[in-house]
Design a protein around this ligand. Structure first.
Ligand code: BGC
Length: 418
């Protein structure tokens, strides 16, 4: 009897994003990093002193260099080596993003060398039988785009559209899977509502504008891409949380949960469901709500970033996503910051069980992409959080070392797909 739960063509991959690994990027984030690194280092203890591992990360978190993406992990020049590692890990696919600021560093002028780079990049993936999952936009924009107001202005969406047309023209015939936008909810809320990320606005109006413009941006991108190749499978990577009531049946908790699920998980997807071939789900959190919108998560176990870890929360989330949209689902990101590789294996094992349970219940789950293949630049936190299946020693020629949990995953994938 065939006991395998994962379908034969289930995709096992990892995710990366240009700005977080390539090195040498020049975009609105690099500008912000350079302007804020000192201040971020100075205020690190206020923000992070509560973390259980504060003493271990202190040196890095209080060093301004930590907050500069700089050379990245030199993935731009060492991508072939990284693809070979992915193969060693028995992965068959890789999600990566195209850096808009490389393709169009000056408004309206294409850098054909950058286009050639990504063409070779895709070809090298395919040569190794690694399915490329091309992510068009993972939060970073050319500085000229930011200077004219970025996604806050509806009239600027046409520039994104033009970029998508270029991507369609150059790559649409060579690939099958495209993600247009990564986590629009995170981008709009962190950058424009809570002011934690560039451009650090705290405005309900600005964040609403941004999120609506990203809806329009996705819908237009979908049309452009489908017209250029009707076989393309297109979606977004959505940050979805397993939002639960701390006290089930308590009316306040349940109302908060329904509202949060709607705003955070469903609002954007509802608006683009007719222009999505699949749902991309980035899963990191279970969040427990109590009273009126009060998040109150258990205190253990937590990751290096202090995030409560409940990998099995993926199961109820997948059931809900499936019930809502009845479309194929990919886990487009999932992982944890764990520099000692203490929890990653447990996390992976629980996650795989959660996926098997969901598939057994009839969820059309098509693939799993771990965040991340490599240790990478973790936005406002910089370099100290370690998300990689592969450890990178930035002090020692960017040496790559496969973490034990990744070796376990590689063996387990083989076993699962036998
Ligand atoms: C983002 C990644 C990020 C990861 C871990 C996701 O929300 O898409 O860029 O590194 O979370 O924080």
């Amino acid at each position: 009897m065939d006991k395998r739960v994962f379908p034969r063509d289930f995709m096992w991959g990892a995710s990366t994003a240009s700005h977080q690994v390539e090195g040498g990027t020049v975009n609105q984030w690099t500008v912000w990093e350079l302007a804020h690194a000192k201040q971020l280092a100075k205020t690190a203890e206020d923000r992070l002193g509560w973390l259980p591992r504060w003493n271990k990360i202190k040196n890095q978190a209080t060093d301004p260099e930590n907050y500069i993406s700089g050379k990245g992990v030199e993935h731009f020049s060492r991508y072939k080596e990284d693809f070979d590692i992915a193969k060693k890990l028995n992965l068959d696919s890789l999600r990566f993003s195209i850096e808009w600021s490389r393709i169009e560093p000056t408004k309206g002028e294409w850098d054909e060398e950058a286009v050639t780079h990504y063409r070779q990049y895709i070809a090298e993936l395919q040569k190794r039988n690694l399915e490329p999952i091309l992510n068009i936009w993972h939060w970073t924009s050319p500085t000229w785009f930011e200077e004219i107001g970025g996604f806050k202005k509806r009239t600027n969406v046409k520039y994104f559209q033009r970029f998508v047309e270029k991507i369609a023209k150059e790559f649409a015939q060579d690939i099958t899977y495209v993600i247009t936008i990564n986590e629009p909810n995170v981008f709009a809320s962190f950058g424009y509502l809570t002011g934690r990320w560039p451009p650090q606005e705290k405005s309900v109006l600005s964040s609403s504008r941004v999120i609506w413009n990203l809806v329009i941006a996705h819908r237009r991108a979908y049309k452009i891409l489908k017209t250029s190749n009707p076989k393309l499978q297109i979606g977004i990577a959505s940050q979805l949380a397993n939002i639960q009531a701390k006290r089930p049946r308590n009316v306040f908790d349940e109302i908060s949960v329904e509202a949060m699920r709607y705003v955070w998980n469903w609002w954007f997807l509802n608006r683009i469901k007719h222009s999505s071939d699949f749902i991309g789900c980035n899963y990191y959190f279970s969040d427990y709500y109590t009273n009126v919108f009060k998040r109150e998560n258990p205190k253990i176990p937590v990751s290096d970033l202090g995030w409560y870890m409940e990998p099995e929360g993926l199961y109820p989330l997948l059931l809900r996503v499936w019930a809502h949209y009845k479309k194929p689902i990919f886990i487009t990101e999932n992982g944890l910051a764990d520099s000692e590789d203490k929890y990653r294996r447990w996390w992976l094992e629980e996650t795989i069980i959660a996926m098997e349970r969901a598939i057994s219940e009839g969820v059309d789950l098509r693939g799993y992409f771990h965040w991340s293949l490599l240790d990478n630049f973790e936005w406002k936190h910089g370099w100290w959080p370690k998300f990689g299946l592969v450890e990178i020693d930035r002090e020692n020629d960017m040496k790559r070392t496969i973490r034990p949990s990744a070796l376990w995953l590689a063996a387990h994938i083989k076993e699962l797909m036998k």
